[in-house]
Every structure is written in structure tokens, then in C-alpha cells.
Design a protein around this ligand. Sequence first.
Ligand code: PXP
Length: 242
Amino acid sequence: MRLGVNVDHVATVRQARGTFEPDPVAAAYAAERGGAAHITIHLREDRRHIQERDLEILSRTVAIGIDLEMAATGDMVAVALKYKPAFVTLVPERREELTTEGGLDVAAGRKRLADVVTELGEGGVPVSTFVEPAEEQIAASREVGAATVEIHTGSYANAAASERPARREEMAAAARFAASLGLRVSAGHGLTYYNVKPAAAIPELEELNIGHSIVARAMFVGLEEATRQMLALMRQARVGFE
Ligand code: PXP
């Protein structure tokens, strides 16, 4: 099982001072040394953290892949086709949100999303869609030509303890359904060192994408070590250690 480390928060600290540090490019190297399979960056319309300059340097210098999270807009498709990340994850985007709050409504935006997926695919950029654990959204993702669905784990991660097993089962069922349609399946959002194992144990999940919790721990142990610790928990979950 692979880990994608989201380094947006490193850029958030940099932007808070409008300076040059900490640099998400250095963060990408540390995540790589810690065993990350790729780094994730979200180039938002308002450029509140990651800048196009980060994407440009990362795409020239980092050996592991880049997962470019973006809104399905014409401007962002042009950026993706210019830098050709390993893949793109289409996410909903609202200016006023603190972070990506829900999954993309692929079912409602089928026609436009199919065009976006085709355009990116013709440019050699595979697409993942970030969706709620709902069959309708997963089936629509398959229809528009996505190669992968990333299941939004927010409802699991934010659930009260008593609700968590049910939310986990919802996630697992969604992952099974996606795999049965021939989609690759990943998951992320709100996962932490404390709640990652039940998610990581879902066999259909090939990859988890985690940002906030890893960057938070990195303040105390460094990003390389924080990445390594998260991967260790994911691997323990896979072999059944508690
Ligand atoms: N996956 C997607 C598609 C996201 O938008 C985010 C948040 O940027 C994450 C994963 C990581 O979420 P978190 O920072 O809560 O780990």
C-alpha cells in the first residue's frame, strides 16, 4: 500500500510570512526519504498555499510522482497539461472553505467532467476523482473515464467513536464497489496516526493520501520520520498487527 504525502501545509506556513521558507520542494525530498510514493499538492484558484512556481520546480526535480489536486476548470487543465504530473485528482473547490470539504459531484457534472478527463488523458495525464463513498459517484467516475477514485474518508475520520465502525464499513463497501468496476481505489482526508489503521486494512485500497496529521507531527520529529511512522502504521494494518 502506497502513501501520498500532501505538502500544502508547508506552503501555508511559508505564505503566512510571504517568505521563501519552509519550502514544499524540500518537504517533497523529506517525504521521499521517508518512503512516500508521491507527493500531493493542491494548486488552488486563490493560490493560498501552493504556487505555480512550486509545481514547476517539483516537476523538474522530484523523483517520486506528483499528484496534482485541482478543480476541473479550463485554466487548471492547461496547467496540468503544461507540467504533466503523474496524475491529477479532481476535487471540488470553494474559496471560502478551510480545506476540501466534500467529494466532487461527478454524477451531476458528468458531461463536463468527461471532457476534462478526455483532454487530460489525451495529454498523457491519468485522472482520479475525489468522491464520497457513494455508489452513484463511483459509477459516474467510471463513466467519465477516471482511472482511479479517491474515497473521501472525512465522514469516517470525523465520526464519533460509536459511529466509526459504520462509517468504516461504508468506506470498505465503496472500495469493493469501485474495484468491481475495474477502478483503482485510494482514500484520504482527515486520516491521522490514531485512525489510519482501520482504513489502511481495507484490502482494495492501494493508496492513502495524508497531509495535515503528517505535517503536524513533522514539527516535532521531522517530515522524513513522520512519513516513516505513518507508513509503518499502514503496513502493520495490512499484516494485522494491532
Ligand atoms: N485527499 C484529498 C483529495 C484532499 O483534498 C486532501 C486535503 O487536501 C487530502 C487527501 C489530505 O487530507 P488531510 O490533510 O486531512 O490529511
